[in-house]
Design a protein around this ligand. Structure first.
Ligand code: AKG
Length: 248
């Protein structure tokens, strides 16, 4: 990553790394995911799913070597280490066949300490539902459960519900900056900070595909990680359950 890209990450909360994956790598991943969805390929841990169920996967790297390959892609190692100023560990994957049209949120609400490598496996634009980000919002307030509990009481649905997204919308307004669509080409990777406010934009070209793997990482040295049963993977493929290392 160039010093310019690192400054963009630090200033804006995101940066684009063009052509980090080859077109062949992108096509291989897409082919794999389409074959899984069509039940042409079998994989323990995946499906079977309804033909029109394009809902994203969660933590597919735990049962699928292809997803693990994308989570720990060697080209991601140095840029992530540069952003963190130290080693990163992979902790979450989400595969999107189509845009999420998800409301505004901050990933560190769910995954403290995290940042994201969002891999575009095809060209992504406003037409097929790209993400929108509010540049600089990573330097502003992170909405927490404590904030919501203080405001709304100890309600169960606060964690995932509408109240959370409304709260992020309020912070978005208070921050005051515009949001922008992130338009990228096949093989590009968007690195973004876990406090950056973002959302899945509308899919203007209805029904279109938008193949993206969204990876999440935390710093190796991060001890306050709350999801203690989630394995952490370093870029040498070493898996550990906090705090005990365990070679895989
Ligand atoms: O790709 C998307 O539409 C949403 C991704 C996202 O919100 C995330 O990775 O946190």
């Amino acid at each position: 990553m160039t010093s310019n890209q690192l400054s963009q990450y630090e200033e804006n909360g995101f940066t684009i790394l063009p052509g980090l994956l080859t077109h062949a790598e992108c096509e291989e991943a897409i082919g794999h995911m389409m074959a899984l969805q069509a039940c042409e390929k079998k994989l323990e841990g995946f499906g079977p799913r309804e033909p029109d169920n394009w809902g994203r996967t969660h933590n597919q790297h735990l049962y699928d070597p292809m997803a693990m390959k994308l989570l720990l892609h060697p080209a991601l190692r140095e840029p992530l280490d540069q952003c963190y100023g130290g080693e990163a560990e992979g902790i979450q994957t989400m595969y999107f066949w189509k845009g999420s049209e998800q409301r505004r949120h901050q990933d560190q609400y769910y995954l403290p300490g995290c940042m994201s490598a969002w891999i575009a496996l095809q060209d992504v634009s406003e037409a097929n539902g790209t993400i929108y980000v509010q540049p600089g919002s990573h330097k502003k307030h992170l909405l927490t459960r404590a904030d919501l509990t203080e405001k709304l009481g100890d309600e169960h649905d606060v964690v995932w519900g509408e109240a959370y997204n409304n709260g992020v919308d309020e912070i978005f307004e208070q921050n005051g900056g515009e949001e922008i669509p992130v338009e990228v080409s096949k093989g590009d990777v968007v690195l973004f900070h876990g406090i950056l406010i973002h959302r899945g934009g509308p899919i203007k070209d209805k029904g279109s595909f938008r193949h993206v793997m969204a990876n999440h990482y935390i710093p190796y040295a991060f001890d306050e990680w709350p999801h203690r049963t989630w394995p952490r993977f370093d870029f040498d493929g070493v898996k550990r359950l906090h705090p005990k290392p365990d070679a895989v």
